[in-house]
Design a protein around this ligand. Structure first.
Ligand code: PLP
Length: 379
C-alpha cells in the first residue's frame, strides 16, 4: 500500500548516513567504542547509572527479567494490553505471566488495584508498560511492590523521554527495557537498551548479554585480555557499531521529535474533543508523555472494521494497540485464559484505534485524518 498518511515514519538525515559510513570505514563492526559512547549518552540522557545496548527491545526485557532471578514457578503480574514481547520476555525465564486489567477508558495503563488482587505467595515481580508513552502511576505501584517485597520492571518501549513526577521513565523499576525498533521514537532499525541503577543487576546483565563470558572480543582486540571464563550460560544479545552509530544520532533528534509529537497530539485533541462516537484516553494525564502513538477509542466496537476500511480508502493507515495478550492461543492454552477473563482490557482491545503520528507529519495531515475520522463515524 502507498499510504497518503502512514501510521509512522522514521526521521533519517545526512547525519545518520555520515555516522554509519564512519563506522564502516573504521573496519570495527561488532560492539566497541561507538556502542560504549551510545550507552554513555543514553545513560546521561536518562540520568541512570548503567545502560547496556542490546540487539532489540525484547532482549532488553528478557535480560531485565532474567537478572532479577526469575525461574519456573514464579509469577509476574503484567498488563495484557501491551505488545506480546512484554509477556514473552517473562515466559523465557520459566516464570508465569499473570495478566492484570487496564484502568479503563480514560487511562489504558495497568490498574494498581487489579495488580494488588492478583498477588500470591508465588508473585516475584510487577512489570509495567507505559502505554503510548504515558507513565504509569508509579508511586502506588512501587509502594505495593515494597509492601510485598516484589521487583518492578518497566517496559519503557513507548516511553523514551517520558517523565513521571520530574524523573524520566526507566528510572523507577529495578530495571527497564527500551526498544529502538524502526517505528519507535528513536530507532536503530532493530535495537534496545536495558538500564538499571543496581550494580549487582548490572553485572548480571553485562554477563548475560554476551554468553556469560568475563571478557569481550573488544577487550581482547584492545589487548586488555587474552582469555575468558564463562560463569553462566548467557546469550548473544549484543548490538553492533553500525546500529550504535545510528542510535547516537537518533538520540540527539529525540527531544525535538518528542516536542513535535506533543504539538500534533494537542492538535488532534483540540479537533477531536466532543466528536460523537469516540473518546480520547489520557486526557487527564498530568505527566509528560513521549507520545509514541495516538490512540482513540470508538464507542462501538462493531463499527471498527468499517472505520478501518473508510480510513484506508482515504489513504490513511491505522492500527490496533493491542490485541490483548491473554487471548492469544499460546497464553490461553498454557495459562488457562479465555474470553471474559479480563473484561475491561477486552473491551478496550476491541474499541481501540491508533491514528498516524510521527514528527514529520504536518498540521494539515492531522486535519486530513480528523476529517476522515469524522466522515467515517457519520457514514
Ligand atoms: C516495541 C515493543 C517491544 C519490543 O521491542 P523490539 O525492539 O521490537 O524487540 C516491547 N514492548 C513494547 C510495549 C513495544 O512496543
Amino acid at each position: 500500500m502507498n499510504w497518503r498518511i502512514p501510521l509512522a515514519d522514521v526521521e533519517i538525515g545526512q547525519e545518520e548516513i555520515v555516522a554509519v559510513e564512519q563506522v564502516l570505514r573504521s573496519r570495527w563492526l561488532s560492539m566497541g567504542e561507538t556502542t560504549l559512547a551510545f550507552e554513555r549518552a543514553f545513560a546521561e540522557f536518562l540520568g541512570v547509572k548503567h545502560a547496556f545496548a542490546v540487539a532489540n527491545g525484547t532482549a532488553a526485557l528478557h535480560l531485565a527479567h532474567a537478572a532479577i532471578g526469575l525461574t519456573g514457578g514464579d509469577e509476574v503480574i503484567v498488563p495484557s494490553l501491551t505488545f506480546v514481547a512484554t509477556a514473552n520476555s517473562i515466559a523465557y525465564t520459566g516464570a508465569s505471566p499473570v495478566f492484570a486489567e487496564s484502568i479503563g477508558k480514560d487511562d489504558l495503563n495497568v490498574s494498581v488495584m487489579d495488580i494488588s488482587r492478583r498477588i500470591t505467595p508465588r508473585t516475584k515481580a510487577i512489570t509495567v508498560m507505559h502505554y503510548a508513552g504515558f507513565p504509569c502511576d508509579m508511586e502506588p505501584i512501587l509502594e505495593l511492590a515494597r509492601l510485598h517485597h516484589l521487583s518492578v520492571i518497566e517496559d519503557a518501549a513507548h516511553a523514551v523521554g517520558s517523565v513521571y513526577n520530574g524523573r524520566r521513565a526507566g528510572l523507577f523499576g529495578d530495571a527497564a527495557g527500551f526498544s529502538f525498533f524502526s517505528n519507535k521514537n528513536m530507532t536503530t532499525g532493530e535495537g534496545g537498551m536495558v538500564v538499571t541503577q543496581n550494580d549487582d543487576l548490572a553485572e548480571r546483565i553485562r554477563l548475560m548479554r554476551s554468553h556469560g563470558m568475563t571478557t569481550l572480543t573488544w577487550d581482547r582486540h584492545k589487548g586488555h585480555a587474552h582469555t575468558y571464563d564463562v560463569v553462566m550460560p548467557g546469550y548473544n544479545y549484543r548490538i553492533d557499531e553500525v546500529r550504535s552509530a545510528l542510535g547516537l544520532v537518533q538520540l540527539k533528534r529525540l527531544e525535538a521529535g518528542n516536542r513535535r509529537r506533543q504539538e500534533l497530539v494537542n492538535r488532534y485533541r483540540d479537533e477531536l474533543t466532543n466528536t460523537p462516537g469516540l473518546s480520547l484516553p489520557f486526557r487527564n494525564s498530568l505527566q509528560t508523555s513521549a507520545n509514541y502513538i495516538f490512540p482513540i477509542l470508538l464507542d462501538d466496537a462493531k463499527r471498527r472494521p468499517s472505520f478501518f476500511q473508510a480510513l484506508k480508502a482515504d489513504g490513511i493507515q491505522t492500527s490496533i494497540h493491542y490485541p490483548p495478550i491473554h487471548l492469544f492461543s499460546y497464553y490461553r492454552e498454557r495459562f488457562g485464559y479465555a474470553a471474559g477473563s479480563l473484561p475491561i482490557t477486552e473491551d478496550i482491545g476491541a474499541r481501540e484505534v491508533t491514528l498516524p503520528l510521527y514528527p514529520a507529519m504536518c498540521d494539515n495531515d492531522v486535519d486530513s485524518v480528523v476529517a476522515a475520522v469524522r466522515r467515517a463515524l457519520t457514514r
